[in-house]
Ligand binder design. Structure first.
Ligand code: F6P
Length: 342
């Protein structure tokens, strides 16, 4: 077979491990030819690609990012997008595509499949917010980075008797904030799933002071919002999939907490450091398993599916189901941890 691979959306540690696994198994076990489209859907639309061989994919298992590049290009934002994807496959003699991405890239893949394009999905995102899979690779690495940062901020916060607000990524899901906050022993954790009450945040911090603890770590997800009518936030610009650029809530909290409590408060925005660099062993293994399953699925003609982790097993699920909703933190699960705050 001749198969194309692309990586779309925000990059994430483990993408190269998927590419390597697809190429190794495709070439060695199935005798396939593989080509890698550059920069996600943009490479398919513009006919920009490179041959992928066992040699050209050596040494990439532990490298973060993606050797193919990525973009947030949406084929459905172009009137001739679907035809250009079809032409891209036909003119290169491709039997199908393996699309590695999050909800946007796989959402486009699912719609392309409905339009007759042979495509198999592999879920990736540090946000861990895709449906039909228990976890996405990239999340574990982001979690480790965020937890290490919180540990480091803890000691300096305590030494200087300051509150430190740590803003983490995750878009509309609070998985990174909740898990890194729990792992790092944060005193307040704010997630997008439940608008926060700034008065409650400040009373938890005041209570710590009354108990002789003159510092607090507040972990806030970039998508967290204050309860309506309490604090006003500026709107960000929007990408091709309609997502606003998030970030800034950490600095809003820095100002609000300091003004309301009178205690010194500083913010740290972890940003893209959570997405870059070496994947953890867990992410490398998960990414490898998904890549092996995806190339096998192509040979079984299971187009329109996504390789996914269910329990300890890798299974194929319908792409359409996986992208039908964002998987968010259940509010009752978040509330269960409230006893650890303050
Ligand atoms: O989806 C991954 C992610 O890192 C989100 O957590 C974040 O909101 C977004 O991508 C940032 O995207 P960009 O790097 O394109 O600004």
């Amino acid at each position: 077979m001749r198969i194309g691979i692309l990586t779309g959306g925000g990059d994430c540690p483990g993408l190269n491990a998927v590419i390597r696994a697809v190429v190794r198994k495709g070439v060695e076990a199935h005798g396939d030819e593989l080509i890698g489209f550059r920069d996600g859907w943009r490479g398919v639309l513009e006919g920009s690609f490179t041959q992928l061989t066992v040699d050209s994919t050596r040494g990439i298992l532990s490298r973060g990012g993606t050797i193919l590049g990525s973009s947030r290009t949406n084929p459905f934002k172009r009137s001739d997008g679907v035809d250009r994807v079809r032409d891209g496959l036909r003119s290169n003699g491709l039997d199908g595509l393996i699309a590695i991405g999050g909800d946007d890239t796989l959402g486009a893949a699912s719609r392309l499949f409905e339009a007759g394009v042979n495509v198999i999905g592999v879920p990736k995102t540090i946000d861990n917010d895709l449906g039909s899979t228990d976890v996405t690779f990239g999340f574990d690495t982001a979690l480790h980075v965020a937890t290490e940062a919180i540990d480091r901020l803890h000691t300096t916060a305590e030494s200087h008797h300051r509150n430190l607000v740590v803003e983490v990524m995750g878009r509309d899901a609070g998985w990174i904030a909740l898990h890194a906050g729990l792992a790092g022993g944060a005193h307040v954790i704010l997630i997008p799933e439940l608008p926060f009450d700034i008065d409650q945040v400040c009373s938890l911090i005041r209570r710590r002071h009354e108990r002789g603890r003159y510092f607090a770590i507040v972990v806030v997800a970039e998508g967290a919002t204050p309860r309506e009518g309490t604090i006003s936030l500026a709107a960000g610009e929007v990408d091709e999939f309609g997502h606003p650029r998030l970030g800034g809530i950490g600095h809003v909290l820095e100002r609000e907490i300091e003004q309301r409590t009178g205690f010194e408060t500083r913010a740290t925005v972890l940003g893209h450091v959570q997405r870059g660099g070496t994947p953890t062993a867990f992410d490398r293994v998960l990414a490898t398993r998904l890549g092996l399953a995806a190339i096998d699925a192509a040979h079984e003609g299971r187009w329109g599916t996504m390789a996914s982790l269910r329990g300890t097993r890798i299974e194929l699920v319908a792409l359409a189901d996986a992208v039908s909703e964002v998987r968010r933190v259940p509010v009752d699960e978040y509330e269960r941890y409230g006893v650890l705050f303050g």
